[in-house]
Design a protein around this ligand. Structure first.
Ligand SMILES: Nc1ncnc2c1ncn2[C@@H]1O[C@H](COP(=O)(O)OP(=O)(O)OP(=O)(O)O)[C@@H](O)[C@H]1O
Length: 461
């Protein structure tokens, strides 16, 4: 196709009339030109030139599919000046793709499902609109005496205590300008080991929050399920049965997850319909969804029988080119069960490797650098933002591609992920699936929900 002329509102081309008129929405006609020849001319109906029109179509499509434009992104103007200047002082100059898609949708009153690559900033993606909306609500919520009456409150539900603490810490950066306090709800209807609620409340009521059952938050208006896919799978065991949906009626719900399946979206749709059917569920995602991080290297180590895993692990920790204890790199060792965690911890102690442990006892030591190795189950692969982690070892192969994504996602600043593989059929199939995804990771087209479920099927196969 050759473009013969390109003016403000007139694009002339030769010879594929249909294609151009379809792509640009203009009208094509044959026009006489000098020498008796005729050529195709396409008239663009509106005032915008062809490329501008195409661009606006792409923007509309991206909006429909929940993807933010990838050009220069800016923080939504709907966020208050205080919040934007705090973001500036934290060095967060512009939003990530998922934040740019989710924040305006949440502020306009939709339920939002944030789903994007690990480390893409989903936490701020729901915290920022939450702060903004709570601030707006609180402005008008005073009775005649000037005290706060029925203040709006929010509940952020996360699967682990450590993640709840992390959310509280992120929130605290904004407390000085907003006066809103996020408290970790320590005594709640659910057992701690099952799930933790971070209860968000204005400063005065923070202390009162500690004694309240999480399904009895009086001013509940916003409910966030972080790591929603993990929480949904827990729901099978009735752990989320106590969700305070009745109090939330008419309010908003947000979900955040780095991996999502169709059934997760359906579950979110069901919950939001129960809360307020008039609001729509907006799915905000980014181009990197379900892709491994670019700067993480992945290695497979084949083992013939289970005891060989221990030898390999000791080899990796002690010596070789990647001798971890020599250069003190912080390492996460993932196991599939708490029994295996304890076995690995015991074995490492037996071999004189100290400074390691399972989460309940040692997370604090790991975070402040006193311990180099943390032995953990997949729950520690959920949401924890530890930029100092340089090495992930999967002592047990991940249960699925999604589990792998969460584990490798802990390498925030890049590093090596080593997976110990047995000859079992499932583990070999998983290795193939991971290798295929890794080879595609720079060229993959944006995922659709269809391809997500395909990946899931393939992995579970
Ligand atoms: N707009 C931004 N610009 C730069 N860095 C950001 C931005 N938003 C968040 N971050 C940083 O990115 C890191 C990861 O953020 P966060 O923990 O929210 O990711 P996540 O998407 O929730 O990851 P995961 O899927 O593992 O839970 C944090 O250290 C955070 O400070």
């Amino acid at each position: 196709m050759r473009i013969s002329a390109f003016t403000n509102n007139k694009l002339q081309c030769w010879p594929r009339k249909t294609l151009w008129s379809g792509a640009l929405g203009g009208r094509a006609s044959l026009e006489p030109v000098a020498g008796g020849a005729r050529r195709l001319a396409l008239r663009i109906d509106d005032r915008r030139s062809g490329p501008a029109r195409l661009e606006s179509r792409m923007l509309r499509r991206r909006k429909r599919t929940g993807l933010a434009p990838t050009g220069a992104l800016t923080w939504s103007r709907a966020l208050s000046l205080g919040i934007r200047s705090t973001l500036g002082s934290l060095g967060l100059e512009r939003p990530t793709q998922v934040q740019a898609a989710a924040i305006p949708a949440a502020l306009s009153g939709s339920h939002v499902f944030l789903t994007a690559q690990t480390g893409s900033g989903k936490t701020l993606g729901y915290i920022l609109p939450l702060i903004e909306l709570l601030q707006r609500d609180h402005k008008g919520q005073f009775d005649e005496k000037g005290s706060a009456a029925h203040r709006s409150q929010a509940l952020i539900v996360v699967p682990t205590r450590e993640l709840a603490l992390q959310v509280v810490r992120v929130w605290e950066a904004f407390t000085a300008v907003t006066g809103l306090v996020c408290a970790q709800l320590t005594r709640c209807a659910l057992r701690r080991s099952e799930s933790v609620a971070a209860w968000v409340t204005p400063a005065k009521e923070a202390s009162a929050g500690n004694g309240v059952l999480w399904n009895r938050v009086p001013g509940l208006r916003y409910l966030v399920l972080d790591e929603a896919d993990a929480l949904f799978s827990m729901q099978r065991h009735n752990q989320l049965a106590a969700l305070p949906l009745k109090q939330l009626r008419g309010g908003q719900m947000w979900f955040a997850a780095a991996t999502v399946t169709r059934s997760n979206l359906a579950e979110a749709e069901r919950l939001t319909q129960a809360v307020s059917p008039s609001r729509r569920l907006f799915v905000a995602r980014d181009d990197g969804l379900h892709r491994p991080p670019l700067d993480a290297r992945v290695r497979f180590e084949q083992v013939e029988h289970p005891p060989q895993k221990v030898t390999r692990l000791l080899g990796m920790l002690r010596g070789g080119p990647d001798g971890l204890l020599r250069d003190g790199r912080s390492t996460l060792i993932f196991c599939n069960s708490i029994q295996t965690c304890r076995f690995v911890q015991y074995t490492l102690h037996e071999h004189g490797i100290l400074g390691c442990g399972v989460p309940q006892r040692i997370v604090g030591a790991f975070m402040n650098g006193a311990a180099d190795v943390l032995i953990c189950s997949d729950l520690a692969a959920r949401g924890l933002d530890w930029p100092f982690v340089r090495r992930v070892i999967c002592f047990d192969a991940p249960l699925s591609y999604h589990h792998f994504l969460h584990r490798v996602g802990r390498l925030r600043q890049g590093g090596i992920c080593t997976i110990l593989l047995r000859r079992a059929k499932r583990e070999q199939a998983l290795a193939e699936c991971i290798s295929e995804r890794l080879s595609q990771r720079t060229t993959l087209a944006p995922q659709t929900t269809g391809s997500i479920s395909m990946a899931r099927r393939r992995t579970s196969d």
